[in-house]
Design a protein around this ligand. Structure first.
Ligand code: TXA
Ligand code: MG
Length: 343
């Protein structure tokens, strides 16, 4: 039996959010309900970050294991002091440089913050989004808002309200429709609780920008081998996965094109349905454009009922690092290397 019987859809202008509709959604959050809303990265599934019961509802609605922690979203710096036990100098510098924006910082958790926001760990992940609807909603709620991506667990993240409704209709109180999210990939998650800052998840804020502020930052996302236990969250290899089997091809562009064409033909000859258009090969340089359409393309191909999705693996420069990461997870780590090395 689902907790929510009915989902209200609120259309809100992403440039100048209507205050009365924001107030309506904020009231639901204050009462412990669930509101899905757009951010500049992907849609979030929001609840009062200081209300343990409301946080439990997020895990339930997403069918998310309690071991996978949530990000707390804030509208201004005073809310950071509510959440973090301390804010190290490196975090202050990152916040000054990149907030509001697609940066999430893992800090030591203040005692007032319920432990189930962080799956029982003594940390809390915090982000100040820049999307006008997200900012207005958090400010109107008057409390930090916990929000994972508004998709069902292991499904591709939602970049439109239609995606959110696909996964969560009837499981949340309100879905704000504020149009497509501008970036299309999630925020960059950085752990600032250790001796050195570490990137746990590449995302919308790219590594070279981070290195300008913190030259000693390192990147530590990795993929679990089969049967290996997670030592920190976000390492699940199967994540952001469409229902179809995703096959990645790495190598010189011409060899990749040929391999994809050959494989597509083989599958088609066997009566299988093939999707091969997530990344148009000609447009591989425009990473921002790829990031915007990536999750939507996976969902659309799933909707068409394809059996396999064939994708060229692009280079890891700039936003490419986040895109590669999401593709590798969607493909559960399988990469076919063809025709020698990258040209
Ligand atoms: O762009 C985004 O970050 C979006 C929008 C809605 O803000 N949110 C999002 O949330 O992607 P979610 O829950 O799908 O991903 C949160 C990531 C996960 O990899 C999680 O493991 C990590 O952040 N995370 C959250 N809290 C953490 C903590 N205390 N320690 C380590 N990692 C944490
Ligand atoms: Mg997610």
């Amino acid at each position: 039996m689902d907790y929510h019987a009915k989902t209200i859809i609120l259309h809100i202008d992403p440039a100048t959010p209507e205050p009365d509709r924001i107030a309506q959604a904020a009231e639901v959050l204050r009462a412990g309900g669930l509101v899905a809303f757009p951010t500049e990265t992907v849609y979030g599934l929001g609840a009062d970050a200081l209300n343990a019961t409301a946080l439990d509802r997020i895990y339930l609605a997403k069918r998310r294991p309690a071991s996978d922690p949530l990000i707390a979203h804030i509208a201004d710096a005073t809310q950071l002091a509510l959440l973090a036990a301390d804010v190290p100098y490196a975090a202050q510098r990152l916040a000054a440089a990149f907030w509001p924006g697609p940066l999430t910082m893992v800090l030591r958790r203040a005692e007032r913050v319920p432990a189930n926001i962080a799956a029982g760990m003594d940390t809390v992940a915090v982000r100040m989004p820049i999307h006008p609807i997200a900012r207005a909603l958090i400010a109107a709620a008057g409390t930090p808002i916990a929000a994972p991506s508004a998709n069902t667990f292991t499904r591709p993240s939602a970049t439109t309200a239609a995606h959110v409704l696909e996964d969560l209709y009837g499981r949340v109180d309100v879905v704000i429709d504020g149009g497509a999210t501008p970036l299309g990939v999630e925020s960059t998650v950085i752990d600032l609780t250790g001796a050195h800052p570490v990137v746990l998840r590449p995302g919308g804020l790219i590594l070279s920008d981070l290195q300008r502020i913190l030259p000693d930052i390192t990147s530590e996302q990795r993929f679990l081998a089969e049967g290996e236990a997670a030592t920190s969250p976000g390492q699940l290899t199967k994540h952001y996965a469409p229902r179809a089997r995703v096959m990645l091809y790495d190598g010189a562009p011409q060899a990749v094109r040929e391999a994809i064409a050959d494989t597509a033909q083989r599958y088609l000859a066997n009566g299988r349905r093939v999707g091969a258009r997530i990344i148009a090969l000609g447009a591989r340089a425009d990473k921002a454009a790829i990031a915007r359409v990536l999750f939507g393309a996976m969902r659309a191909l799933d909707g068409q009922g394809v059996d396999v999705i064939l994708v060229p693996l692009l280079d890891g420069d700039g936003l490419g690092e986040a895109i590669r990461d999401r593709l590798l997870r969607a493909a559960e780590g399988r990469v076919y290397r063809v025709g020698g090395s990258e040209a």
